[in-house]
Design a protein around this ligand. Structure first.
Ligand code: SF4
Ligand code: SF4
Length: 373
């Protein structure tokens, strides 16, 4: 996997990558917080969409503006904004999803000085008669807001090109994910994590070219079946930006074969129809792709999708990675656990912060769970 070390360096210090990228290309960089951000429109505008991940260091400055009972992802993002580390950003976009992100948007607007700030008020219930047109209108408005903020005109051709690029990236990511599910030891959890994180940071055309090579190389290697007795695990949660967690799982005797994470399958699910208007195609993808707990369709929709994915990945156990004080995921947990119990799928709940607990302690918890599988 010759290209992965490069991704590792970029994900270890994404801010250095952005500063260098800006210096070399002169392009604008737009921060975003959630996988309901239409990155395609930012790319079409000639800017780099950069996912904000919070911090693995201490949170101090954000405590003056946000209650300590907000999730550490949101507090961490604010900490980075207030500390000035994100001074390379030209603006930031905040989709209205969970309450914490909505409050972050308000606080950011007042306290973090960047060139522009755009709110994206998406529909919450995605399967109503009016949701489709509403979603299209929101995307149209976002396009106009971005044109104004960046001083550019975004044409349909630019949007179609961006849609094609994202379709290609997501298709390759799905291929890589399927290869990992079939033969999980072929790519370590840490490497897979670094690739997906790099997808949210790097220039997307450059990333696409490198990803093509990685997938090709992994496909060539995939005939080499690796026999392992590690237990097959499925991760469920929001954002997991800890490459270490995959190493700890592997040391404890497990291996990740699938996930329902924003830093996982949720990022690359769904295809945009290239034959219809690009904004309509984007809206359709958001409406059709499996929801996160901050959006709604049918009552049991998310749980049913998770059970289906677990079955398809042949996972033997499920780990819920719950960020402390994340209400949307905490509210979903009891009913999804009930569904898993009915299907006899064992699961464990790991209540965590952006900073992981001590490695030894975590490894013991995984070992205890893996022993019962
Ligand atoms: S869980 Fe939903 S709201 Fe939270 S970051 Fe992921 S997509 Fe966005
Ligand atoms: S969905 Fe949960 S983890 Fe994600 S920002 Fe909202 S509260 Fe935090």
């Amino acid at each position: 996997m010759e290209k992965i070390p490069e991704f590792k360096n970029i994900t270890a210090d994404p801010y250095a990558y952005c500063r260098k990228y800006k210096e070399e290309t002169g392009k604008k960089i737009v921060g975003y917080t959630c996988s309901y951000t239409p990155e395609e429109i930012i790319c079409a505008a000639g800017a780099l969409p950069f996912r904000l991940f919070g911090t693995n260091e201490g949170i101090h400055l954000a405590d003056a503006n946000l209650q300590s009972y907000c999730c550490s992802l949101v507090r961490g993002i604010l900490e980075e904004g207030l500390s000035g580390k994100l001074d390379f950003l030209d603006g930031a976009v905040f989709p209205h999803t969970c309450d914490s992100f909505q409050r972050l948007s308000d606080i950011w607007r007042i306290n973090v000085a960047h060139q522009f700030h755009i709110d994206l008020v998406l529909p919450v219930k995605l399967n109503t008669a009016s949701a489709r047109q509403y979603m299209i209108d929101v995307l149209e408005k976002f396009k106009k807001d971005l044109e104004r903020a960046l001083g550019v005109k975004i044409t349909d051709v630019m949007l179609s090109d961006a849609v094609k690029t994202y379709n290609q990236i997501r298709a390759l990511m799905r291929r890589l994910y399927a290869l990992r599910t079939k033969n999980p030891e072929i790519i370590s959890g840490r490497n897979f994590h670094n690739i997906i994180k790099a997808a949210m940071i790097m220039d997307r055309q450059t990333f696409l070219k490198k990803l093509e090579k990685i997938v090709e190389q992994t496909e060539n290697d995939s005939g080499r079946k690796i026999i392992s007795s590690n237990k097959r695990l499925f991760l469920v949660g929001s954002v997991c930006s800890h490459p270490d967690i995959y190493d700890i799982i592997e040391k404890a005797g497990g291996v990740v074969v699938g996930d329902d994470l924003c830093t996982g399958s949720r990022y690359f699910e769904g295809v945009m129809d290239e034959k219809i208007s690009p904004l309509v195609a984007m809206a359709k993808r958001y409406l059709e792709r499996p929801v996160c707990p901050a959006k709604h369709k049918e009552l049991m929709d998310r749980g049913e999708n998770i059970v289906r994915m677990i079955r398809e990945s042949e996972a033997e156990g499920v780990v819920f990675l719950l960020l402390k004080f994340c209400d949307p995921h905490a509210f979903d947990y009891p009913y999804i656990k009930e569904m898993l119990d009915k299907e006899n799928i064992p699961c464990m709940l790991l209540d965590m912060e952006e900073q992981l607990p001590a490695e030894g302690q975590l490894q013991t918890r995984f070992e205890t769970f893996i022993q019962i599988l």
